[in-house]
Design a protein around this ligand. Structure first.
Ligand SMILES: NC(=O)c1ccc[n+]([C@@H]2O[C@H](COP(=O)([O-])OP(=O)(O)OC[C@H]3O[C@@H](n4cnc5c(N)ncnc54)[C@H](OP(=O)(O)O)[C@@H]3O)[C@@H](O)[C@H]2O)c1
Length: 324
């Protein structure tokens, strides 16, 4: 109906990245449904501070493994931004139950519930974890959307992160297949490491990356080569693909690729000379990842300079008091 606001839903609305998606959608006058697992938890107090939240944001209690709860949250929505997924930071004891099932079965639940609730379009958040682990991709050739992580290769990896890689690869490929089979418009977005300020009053496993690194001078950080995107640019990418992409498309979403030693020398030591940075920072050529976001840029996506992301993140950490 003319003049009526469009209703959309964001899954895992209280997460680091999803909170920014909610903020962006509210600022653009959408009516937003957000799914969370524990409505009423004080960690969602930040929503009260978002402009237009009191009139245009409604939270729903939903778990990815509870189909009916998802369907109720999606009723009346034209679009869904499926952001929720387990992002483990420590070793998981039961990868099937803790990571794979919520990611893969959870995504299929979301898509089936979308079909039943007459949702037209779903933007599924994947990750470059679903792109980069492909031993058959030619060395030195920039990875684009045609590159997929190879599940067999990922399974053979000797790292706890493999369950996350597998979960994102499987969830994304099944989501695109589901779209082809069902006619539901599915678009996937594969962000690199997401950095930036938090809207929540606490840090989640992923948003805590930079403060953890800074506290240890990046010495035992484990990320020697950074491929990163700002959380605010990521949110813009989701909305852009929702509005402009053809159905069935996949987009890599990354802005900067840089060694940790350069991040420290070029940006952090200059803006924040008083932290105790490790003097043994370096990366190897094998750790370098060459990825292209050209396809997303062709839709009109732009991104901010890395310096802005780093400074805004650190200032935000200081304000919250996590760097004391
Ligand atoms: N952060 C990164 O660097 C990065 C990079 C690439 C891709 N991604 C992807 O971006 C998305 C958001 O990540 P993030 O960094 O914002 O992580 P986050 O802050 O940990 O948020 C993850 C969200 O998923 C929800 N969730 C997890 N399991 C769930 C379940 N069984 N049912 C319902 N909700 C569930 C969590 O809900 P609760 O609040 O209830 O725990 C939380 O809201 C994820 O899909 C992640 O794979 C992140």
């Amino acid at each position: 109906m003319a003049g009526e606001k469009e209703k959309v839903c964001v899954t895992g609305a209280g997460g680091f990245a999803a909170s920014w998606v909610v903020k962006l959608l509210l600022s653009q006058d959408y009516l937003v449904h957000g799914t969370v697992r524990q409505p009423g938890d004080s960690k969602f107090d930040h929503f009260n501070k978002l402009e237009k939240a009191s009139e245009n944001l409604k939270l729903f209690k939903a778990d990815l493994l509870d189909y009916e709860s998802l369907r109720s949250a999606f009723l009346g929505c034209r679009g869904v931004f499926h952001v929720a997924s387990p992002v483990p930071i420590t070793t998981v004891t039961n990868p099937e139950a803790e990571v794979l099932e919520p990611a893969v079965k959870g995504t299929l639940n979301v898509l089936k519930a979308c079909l039943e609730a007459n949702v037209k379009r779903v933007v599924v958040v994947s990750s470059i974890a679903a792109v980069v682990k492909n031993p058959n991709w030619p060395n030195n050739q920039v990875k684009d959307e045609s590159c997929w992580s190879d599940p067999e290769y990922v399974e053979s990896m000797n790292t706890a992160k493999k369950w996350y890689y597998l979960s994102k690869t499987q969830a994304e490929s099944e989501a695109l297949e589901f779209g082809k089979r069902s006619g539901l418009e599915v678009v996937t977005v594969c962000p690199s490491t997401i950095l930036g300020p938090v809207l929540l009053s606490t840090f989640t496993s992923s948003s805590g990356l930079l403060p953890r690194g800074l506290k240890g001078g990046f010495g035992s950080f484990g990320y020697n080569y950074w491929t990163v995107v700002d959380v605010r640019d990521f949110a813009e990418a989701l909305l852009l693909t929702y509005k402009k992409s053809e159905a069935g498309e996949r987009y890599i979403c990354t802005s900067h690729a840089i060694g940790v030693e350069e991040v420290v020398e070029k940006y952090l030591k200059i803006a924040y000379p008083n932290y105790n940075y490790s003097d043994k920072l370096s990366h190897t050529e094998e750790e370098e990842e060459k990825l292209s976001s050209e396809k997303l840029q062709r839709l009109g996506w732009t991104y901010r300079p890395l310096e802005e992301t780093l400074i805004d993140s650190i200032e935000n950490c200081r304000k919250i008091g996590v760097l004391e």
